[in-house]
Design a protein around this ligand. Structure first.
Ligand SMILES: Cc1cc2nc3c(=O)[nH]c(=O)nc-3n(C[C@H](O)[C@H](O)[C@H](O)COP(=O)(O)O)c2cc1C
Length: 362
């Protein structure tokens, strides 16, 4: 295992992660829907935006910490939910959880994790010696009893918010997986949150269903069974964004699933100004997709996001050096973000305003 500290940016960590993995798993992680146009656009759209910094503001060391829906994080950079961490590291989500907790930020635990949410939470708390901020990502299942059981488990495990992924009425079409014949987890790995507790250790693991039947009525139902904050992840159309606010959701994750669902949707950073306008300050907006540099974080926050999430970089870090690799990804991004904020003349996140960004559609 290489010493990840020798890798100076997320692109180098990605290269090391790819080199460490079976090419079939590289394709699973790097791949996206169909022609992967949106996945590429997520990154290139950040590069197209320009920063226009302020000078001579006389600030001190920037403050990076945020509180999002009651959960504190030492920086506005979170870990987006990604499935199957044991594909890339034997400790899987346990290693990720320790690294994220040590970096003092929020991990959004995927429903499709290969470790049960209770064990992930215990690992995160052990890493801090106390509290760790975890949210739980949910695909609402047509079987509402199963969905409710999952919500209860995540809540009992200490998850502080639910992130409901709504962009998956059908599974995304990653043609690399099809070509590679990658359809199922290898023997010995399973979505542990879907193991039926009544069947015990050796028990049956339910399949996650991506159902086109899920509707606003399910969100209303969910509101009725939990008092946790509910964020919707994957709304793109401004009308849907307005409907979410009307329906009383607590936050949004502006996400196109890393380009893994419908190809040719816009990059998230391009859409952000429109979504910010539709929300009009009523709920916080998080953004993920293509965040690879501290300057990307600056641009997203300047255009109105409260925080960003990263998906693939965490998996590349995990693949190249386990827990230490994930930790390095988060610390590199923190350092880059703080540096870029300082160079923009900012001392707090509030100093990041839309006038610092050139080239955004408004
Ligand atoms: C391998 C992989 C698995 C993912 N699994 C999930 C998932 O189970 N649930 C979900 O809501 N999003 C999932 N996502 C999407 C991420 O949460 C996130 O939206 C996306 O990765 C952000 O883009 P980025 O990878 O460019 O940072 C997955 C993404 C990847 C790359």
């Amino acid at each position: 295992m290489p010493d990840p500290r020798n890798l100076v940016n997320l692109a180098e960590i990605e290269a090391a992660g790819r080199a460490a993995l079976d090419p079939v798993y590289v394709d699973y992680i790097a791949g996206a829907a169909r022609d992967e146009i949106t996945a590429r656009a997520n990154e290139t759209a950040f590069a197209r935006l320009q920063l226009l910094p302020r000078m001579l503001r006389g600030g001190g060391k920037p403050q990076l910490d945020v509180t999002l829906l009651g959960s504190r994080a030492s920086m506005p950079i979170l870990v987006s939910p990604t499935a199957f961490h044991k594909l890339v590291d034997p400790d899987g989500e346990l290693a990720t959880a320790r690294a994220v907790a040590a970096a003092d930020t929020i991990m959004i635990v995927a429903m499709a994790a290969t470790v049960a949410v209770e064990e992930i939470a215990a690992a995160a708390r052990a890493a801090t010696g106390g509290h760790a901020s975890l949210w739980f990502q949910l695909y609402i299942q047509p079987d509402l009893e199963l969905t409710e059981r999952l919500v209860r488990r995540a809540t009992a495990a200490g998850c502080e918010a639910l992130v409901v992924t709504v962009d998956s009425p059908a599974r995304g079409a990653n043609e690399r997986n099809r070509r590679n014949g990658f359809t199922d987890l290898p023997d010995g790995l399973a979505c542990e949150n879907l193991r039926d507790p009544r069947d015990g250790e050796s028990g049956r693991v339910r399949q996650i269903v991506m159902s086109p039947e899920i509707s606003w009525s399910h969100i209303e139902w969910l509101r009725g069974i939990t008092s946790l904050p509910i964020l919707l992840k994957g709304l793109l159309h401004p009308e849907d964004v307005r409907a979410a606010v009307r329906n009383g959701v607590d936050g949004l994750v502006l996400s196109n699933h890393g380009g893994r669902q419908l190809d040719t949707v816009p990059s998230t950073i391009e859409l952000l100004p429109e979504v910010v306008a539709a929300v009009a300050g009523r709920v916080p907006i998080l953004l993920d997709g293509g965040v690879r540099r501290g300057t990307d974080v600056v641009k997203a926050l300047a255009l109105g996001a409260s925080a960003v999430g990263i998906g693939r970089p965490v998996l590349w870090g995990l693949a190249c050096a386990g827990e230490a690799g994930v930790h390095h990804v988060l610390e590199l991004l923190r350092e880059e973000f703080e540096h870029a904020l300082t160079l923009c003349g900012g001392t707090s996140l509030r100093d990041l305003t839309p006038d610092l960004v050139r080239g955004a559609s408004r």
